[in-house]
Write a protein that binds this ligand. Structure first.
Ligand code: GLU
Length: 298
């Protein structure tokens, strides 16, 4: 396909993407995701992009990125080149953050993880129940929304690290209507009501890394013209935040397909530390790409 053909096709053809973070070796769960993306793209005459989600510059390494590409190539995943690397697009995420800043929807957040934890424990020792997000993490306290401009400036000048968080209440009232997304996956299907408020004041720019998962994934899906997001059910609820950001930034929403997860040997979610389900380990044992397909049930 020439670049011209691709551009013409790209206008109408569905666009899929597989978007791993190279902070460990790929495992069977990634294989399911990548194979589903490839199969769906093929059946729908679509394109398949590979996006390396490496905003966490301390955990993601070039060696692991090479390993990701090696595993996907071995599996026979036909992704387009060049591959997009998030670490090469920080200015684009910064621009999106700046737009949200100009809309008065984000604020600098200074509390460390330890400070939040201590606050939550003290509250719960007194018998209170601190609200938690869909992943079970305590919501960030909201008082920094109210800091005066002078106090904000003073803190920015004197405290080393800060994150930028979305003022969820303001963002929702600006949008002013319920948000939904189209879902075709293995859980609930159809038009799903998004509940971004369940996540509280999500972080959009981390204190220890540029950007954040939510901001970079939303900006990139739009920048790459992604029409179909196929990923694990562990990200089902996070879609609410992505829908909200799309609405605030005026971006088109893709269709979402959240697929079943592959449980680890102990029945829990697979993680990158579970070496025995790493594709590289299975390959070394003599498994073939079709064995992997069978192992993930497709
Ligand atoms: N980078 C994310 C992960 O490896 C996936 C992001 C997505 O598919 O939206 O879990």
């Amino acid at each position: 396909m020439t670049e011209r053909d691709r551009q013409t096709a790209g206008k109408t053809a569905p666009v899929f993407r597989f978007a791993p973070s190279p902070n460990g070796r790929l495992h069977l769960g990634h294989a399911l995701s990548a194979l589903l993306n490839a199969d769906m793209a093929r059946k729908q005459g679509g394109r398949l992009l590979l996006r390396i989600e490496d905003i966490d510059l301390t955990r993601c390494t070039p060696e692991l990125e090479r390993a990701v590409i090696e595993d996907l190539t071995w599996l026979g995943i036909p992704f387009e080149r060049p591959v997009r690397r998030q670490s090469e697009h920080f200015p684009l995420y910064r621009e999106a953050l700046d737009r949200l800043k100009a809309m008065g929807l984000v604020y600098p957040a200074f509390l460390t993880r330890g400070e939040v934890k201590a606050r939550v424990s003290a509250f719960e020792r007194e018998g209170g129940l601190w609200p938690r997000d869909p992943d079970g993490a305590p919501l960030y306290p909201t008082e920094e929304r109210e800091l005066s401009a002078a106090e904000r400036e003073r803190k920015l000048a004197t405290i080393d690290r800060h994150a930028w968080r979305l003022d969820m209440e303001k963002a929702l009232s600006l949008v002013g209507k319920p948000l939904t997304w189209q879902e075709t996956g293995d859980g609930h299907k159809g038009e799903i009501e998004a509940d971004p408020a369940a996540w509280g004041d999500v972080v959009l720019w981390r204190s220890d890394a540029p950007s954040s998962y939510h901001l970079a994934v939303t900006v990139d899906d739009a920048a790459q013209g992604v029409t179909h997001v196929v990923r694990g059910l562990d990200l089902f609820h996070a879609t609410a935040v992505h829908r909200l950001l799309q609405e605030l930034l005026g971006l088109t929403a893709p269709v979402y397909h959240h697929h079943r997860l592959i449980p680890g040997p102990d029945g829990r979610k697979l993680s990158k530390s579970l070496g025995d389900t790493a594709l590289s380990a299975l390959r070394a044992e003599g498994k073939t790409p079709s064995d992997i397909r069978a192992m993930v049930g497709i």
